[in-house]
Write a protein that binds this ligand. Structure first.
Ligand SMILES: [Cu+2]
Length: 511
């Protein structure tokens, strides 16, 4: 189950990287490696999918006198029992691995008391959340060992499957990989009216998909220097390897989070379609029937799966279509594997059909005040690596913008913007496919294509505290593929972030 890597694959990787680094024509690199790479498959599937799927508990909360709902998260080290023959050192929130699911209603005031009991600095970012920059949990909101940080804000966005994870400068990949991640669900009238399965852990199931590699029972992130980061040889869902979910209702809702650091998946079933109901930032306008959904790191999809009594279905990840990457197998493009087994009871409780239309939303593309361009290349955006002391973009509050993002490389990147949910306006001038037509905060950027993202900066101006935008392949992010923007009120001028030293673009890593 530990799936030790063969020397052959490692040497293939090195050759690939050398070819890419040397600027060899992509067609040559791909052609010469295709033949020997045909049998490379880094994922080892378990013998059986018979371990009950772990469900992260719903986080407890208390309501303060002023009505604020208060959660408590403690980041700490622990051990997990992933493998039959070993215990594994892991990190988790309020437990050994991953964290509880936070849940709140739109309109609620929430606070989270985040305590760092780890031996090193971390932070906790509320991915997909619209909130003030000082509460965002990015690299400027470090939580030192032994300290507690207490952000608070009012939930002011559509019902959605969001998540939280560390975002410390230069070490995000390691912290997430060790196990620090959890879901943050938002409910509102819209999600209620959609008539979706909503009994948490029964017919409304969190599905946090991550790939890991083990060395002597311990998690290892050393992948011989893969271009995208670690492509783990073991797949787990909510920390369960070879997981089975016992389904007791006719329809089950899977809230899928790609919680991996680098791998892009193409989820689906060999024998049935599914209904996509929501993307990163909430419900689609109406349900969409699909065979596959591609999710790059940090993207979410809520899908409905229909089951017949006494039957099974296997959630599978098919070979992901990664676009015009130079060497698909080297970046996971040839990988396919089973993910989660669904096992229906002999008698299923009836489920209501989802509503035919869910949500009306839409930003006004005619109201765009500014268009900005972002060229992703290597570890730089527009030719620069992340610098915590530099503000890259200044946005006026209460305006709508287009961010035009282009992946200049022949390998995968994606693009995540803090503070907002955006809409994909077009891709190389064409309307996006239905799965990308909803509210998004992260989008996969295929090589050599241009994504125009429409977004609105409604409120929360702060000239002295930036939000981040970055590639969510976490090694890329750590190595500098990130920038900072502030939201300014009229007349305000961006100020260098307080307490941030200039330089040190790649944090704890040297490259
Ligand atoms: Cu990237």
């Amino acid at each position: 189950m530990t799936g030790a890597r063969t020397p052959d694959r490692a040497s293939l990787r090195r050759r690939t990287l050398l070819l890419l680094a040397a600027g060899a024509p992509a067609v040559v690199a791909a052609g010469s490696l295709a033949a020997c790479g045909a049998s490379v498959s880094p994922v080892t599937e378990p013998d059986a999918f018979d371990r009950p799927l772990l469900i992260p508990p719903l986080a407890e909360s208390s309501v303060a006198a002023d009505g604020t709902r208060v959660f408590t998260l403690e980041a700490r080290a622990g051990t997990s029992r992933f493998l039959d023959d070993a215990t594994t050192s892991t990190w988790g929130f309020n437990g050994d691995f991953l964290g509880p699911t936070l849940r709140a209603e739109r309109g609620e005031r929430v606070a989270v008391e985040v305590t760092n009991s780890l031996p090193e600095t971390t932070s906790v970012h509320w991915h997909g959340m619209h909130l003030p920059a000082a509460m965002d949990g990015g690299p400027h909101q470090s939580v030192e060992p032994g300290q507690t940080w207490r952000p608070e804000w009012t939930i002011d966005q559509a019902g959605a499957t969001l998540w939280y994870h560390p975002h410390p400068h230069g070490t995000t990949e390691q912290h997430v990989y060790q196990g620090l991640a959890g879901l943050f669900l938002i409910d509102d009238g819209e999600t209620e009216a959609a008539a979706l399965p909503d009994e948490y852990g029964v017919d409304d199931i969190p599905v946090i998909v991550q790939d890991k590699s083990f060395d002597d029972g311990e998690l290892t992130i050393d992948d011989g220097g893969n271009e995208v980061g670690l492509l783990g040889s073991t797949i787990m869902v909510n920390g369960t390897i070879g997981a089975v979910l016992d389904v007791t209702t006719e329809i089950v809702r899977l809230r899928i989070l790609n919680g991996s650091t680098a791998r892009t998946y193409s989820f689906g079933f060999a024998d049935r379609s599914f209904t996509l109901v929501a993307s990163d930032g909430g419900l689609l306008r109406s349900p969409v029937e699909l065979d596959r959904i591609r999710l790059s790191p940090a993207e979410r999809a809520e899908i409905l799966v229909r089951m017949e009594p006494g039957t099974e279905a296997m959630l599978h990840s098919f070979k992901p279509e990664l676009g015009r990457v130079a060497v698909p197998f080297a970046v996971g493009g040839n990988d396919e594997f089973d993910v989660l087994r669904l096992r229906a009871a002999d008698s299923l409780a009836p489920s209501s059909e989802p509503a035919g239309a869910f949500s009306e939303f839409g930003l006004d593309a005619a109201a765009v005040a500014t268009t900005r361009t972002f060229q992703l290349q290597g570890r730089e955006i527009n030719g620069q690596r992340m610098d915590m002391g530099r503000i890259d973009e200044s946005v006026q509050v209460d305006t709508t913008e287009i961010w035009e993002v282009r992946n200049q490389d022949l390998s995968p990147h994606n693009f995540h913007v803090h503070d907002v949910q955006f809409e994909v306006l077009d891709i190389d001038g064409d309307a996006p496919p239905p799965e990308l037509a909803g509210r998004k905060d992260t989008v996969y950027t295929e090589p050599q294509r241009t994504y125009r993202l429409l977004m609105r900066f409604e409120d929360y101006s702060d000239p002295a505290m930036p939000y981040m935008y970055h590639c969510h392949l976490l090694r890329h992010e750590d190595e500098g593929l990130m920038g900072q923007f502030v939201v300014l009120a009229p007349g305000e001028v961006a100020q260098p972030p307080a307490g941030a030293s200039s330089g040190g673009g790649s944090g704890g890593h040297e490259h």
